[in-house]
Write a protein of this length. Structure first.
Length: 137
């Protein structure tokens, strides 16, 4: 006779596999029904919602309740404060690095667009004979 733990684990594994299979089938059906463009938009929205749900799943109040109860019962308030200080430091460093990366990306895009749509046509037109340039219009 199987133990209750192995039955629970087997049931959980079967549920995960069935869920993955149903998700795959739903993706195939959605791709066929929606078409390429609509499915791409649907996939982007779904991925963004999943990411934001993961990021915002644990609010500050929930974290304080979750971790605070554990540390209060153990009497380790110093560890709780260090945990939140470290988390704040990691988030601030991540925000600064993301800001720098966004500024660098904006600069690169601005340079590429400026050169591609401003400088190159002007340089090309400057090399043409005026009569030839007017004839092309």
């Amino acid at each position: 006779m199987a133990s209750r733990l192995s039955v629970r684990r087997s049931t959980t594994a079967a549920g995960i596999y069935v869920s993955a299979l149903l998700g795959f089938l739903a993706t195939v059906v959605a791709a066929r029904l929606l078409g390429v463009d609509e499915f791409a938009l649907f996939a982007i929205v779904l991925a963004a919602v999943g990411l934001l749900q993961t990021l915002l799943d644990l609010t500050v109040e929930e974290a304080l309740t979750k971790y605070g109860f554990r540390f209060v019962t153990a009497g380790e308030w110093g560890k709780l404060r260090r945990l939140f200080r470290r988390a704040l430091a990691v988030k601030l460093v991540g925000a600064v690095l993301a800001g720098i990366a966004l500024l660098a990306a904006a600069l690169v895009v601005a340079l590429v667009v400026g050169i591609g749509f401003g400088f190159y046509p002007a340089w090309h037109a400057a090399g043409l004979d005026p009569v030839e340039a007017l004839r092309q219009e």
